[in-house]
Every structure is written in C-alpha cells, then in structure tokens.
Design a binder for this molecule. Structure first.
Ligand SMILES: Nc1ncnc2c1ncn2[C@@H]1O[C@H](COP(=O)(O)OP(=O)(O)O)[C@@H](O)[C@H]1O
Ligand SMILES: [Mg+2]
Length: 263
C-alpha cells in the first residue's frame, strides 16, 4: 500500500493505493481463536481484504461517518483500488512529537481528541485503527479521523467496536505518557464513565493482565525457562502459548508489535 501527498487544484490531497490483502491470515486466525476463548470480543481482528475490497470498505465507512457528522476526508476521486482524499491536517502523532516534554500541551491535545472520540461514539460512530497516526488536528484545532480499510463490525457489535477504539487509542497513547499513565487513565476514565457498557467490554482485557504480570515478575532467565516450558507444552496449550508469546513481545520489545498483530 502507498499513501502519497499530492496537490489537486492548489489544495493538499492524499492518494491512497490499496495493496493486496495481507499474508497474516494464519496468525490472525489463531489470535481470533484465543480472544474468543477468553471472551474478549473487542480484540477480535477484523478481516483485512486489501485491494479493491479495502477501497470499497474505506469509501463506505467514510460516507457512513460523514453522515453521522464525524470529521473524515472527502473522497475527491477514485480508481479500482485507489482513493483520492481531502487533507484533514497534521496527525496527532506529529503533534505529540512536537509537544514532547511538555505535559500540559500533551494533555490539551489528548483531552481534545478524547472529547471528539466520545462525541462521535455518542452519535453511534466507531473507527478502525484509532491510533495517533490515524487521528488529525487541523490548525483550527478540529479533530479528524482517517484510515478505514477494515470494518470491525464484520466480527463484533457496536459496543465492542467502541471498546476496541478506546483500547487501541490507549495503547497508541501510552508511549506519550511514560511515567504519567495515571494522567492518561484519568482522562480516559472521564469518557468511559459516560459509556459504562463500552467500558465493561474494554475492561475484559484485564483477563490478560494476570498472565502479563506473572511473566513480568520473573527475571530474564527465569522467563526464558518459563518460555521453553511453554514451548514444550505447546501441543496441548497452544492458545495460552500464543497469548504468552504475544505478551512476551509486549514485555521485551514495547507495545507496538503486539498491537499490530492484534489489530
Ligand atoms: N486525509 C488525510 N489528511 C491528512 N493526512 C493524511 C490523510 N490521509 C493520509 N494521511 C497521512 O498518510 C498517512 C497514511 O495514511 P492512512 O490512510 O493512515 O494509510 P495506512 O493504511 O497506510 O496507514 C497518515 O498517517 C497521515 O500521515
Ligand atoms: Mg494509518
């Protein structure tokens, strides 16, 4: 896939070309089995069709979100597997990088974006991959949303899809709140308290927490021993092994790899 910035009639636009579907079908299928078994519907991976199918999903989702009054790009043109989209401004990821080391500015950005997500959810909207690089803020401070080539409602209901949005958002924001995760949790809880059913679905990821803590408490070599024991038992406890391996990834390398696999 390629996304290219171009100028159309003097205005910034984005040409998005959709590559063929990805080759992680087996991994995604295993993950799906694991999270279903743990009854965490909100973490089920939606299918990633790629190509023309992905383009059609994105065009449809943009139309649905626009109809709900959510700020999304306008479709300026399209080909078989390309869309030409209007520019919505700078990504939240870039704004957070600029604000690095300035917690007050970071909290202002976060609060503004959380309010926009909560307002969209209240209108019945849900997103796809709600991480900082898929959220925009223009110079007037208006919050926009991009990147909709998969549809979570293919595999879950609306409250779970909204819970998934908050989980992805929290994962994506965590690195900007190192040492201040309480502040992030505080800002998120204000929004989640207004949507208790959504919060309940999001809270189910707590089921992964015990395992993460158990692995995290072990020293490095102890963890390697634990890992090899798990490998030996793989034939019988494959789902748990997979979760352990993913959490291993989380603990050893930071969060992104886990998140990329899960979503
Ligand atoms: N309409 C848009 N307005 C502003 N930036 C955009 C827009 N579309 C794409 N971008 C930029 O291009 C990047 C990739 O586009 P995106 O739609 O998220 O595709 P991908 O599936 O590759 O993540 C975004 O993170 C953002 O920086
Ligand atoms: Mg993106």
């Amino acid at each position: 896939m390629g996304v290219e910035s171009i100028v159309v009639s003097g205005r910034d636009a984005w040409l998005k070309a959709y590559a063929r579907g990805d080759s992680r079908r087996l991994t995604l299928g295993l993950l799906d089995a694991v999270v279903r078994r743990l009854d965490i519907e909100a973490l089920r991976p939606p299918p990633h069709p790629g190509g023309g199918a992905a383009k059609r999903i994105e065009a449809r989702r943009i139309a649905e979100l626009a109809a709900l009054g959510v700020r999304v790009p306008r479709v300026l043109g399209e080909g078989d597997s390309t869309l030409l989209l209007s520019d919505l401004g700078t990504t939240l990821a870039a704004r957070l990088r600029d604000a690095q080391g300035d917690p007050v500015r970071i909290d202002v950005l976060t609060t503004r974006v959380i309010d926009a997500i909560a307002e969209a959810h209240a209108r019945g909207a849900y997103f796809s991959q709600l991480v900082p690089r898929n959220i925009t803020l223009d110079d007037a401070g208006r919050v926009g949303f991009i990147d909709f080539e998969e549809d979570p409602l293919d595999v879950m209901a609306l409250p779970q899809a909204q819970a998934r949005d908050w989980l992805l958002f929290a994962f994506g924001m965590a690195k900007h709140y190192e040492g201040r995760t309480d502040a992030l949790a505080g800002l998120l809880s204000v929004a989640l308290q207004r949507a208790p059913d959504v919060a309940a679905h999001a809270g189910r990821v707590g089921r992964l927490g015990g395992l993460a803590r158990a692995l995290g408490r072990l020293g490095r070599s102890a963890r390697q021993v634990a890992h090899s024991i798990l490998v030996v038992r793989a034939a019988t406890v494959l789902p748990m092994l997979l979760v352990a391996a993913l959490l291993w990834d989380l603990i050893e390398d930071g969060q992104l790899e886990l998140v990329q696999l899960l979503f």
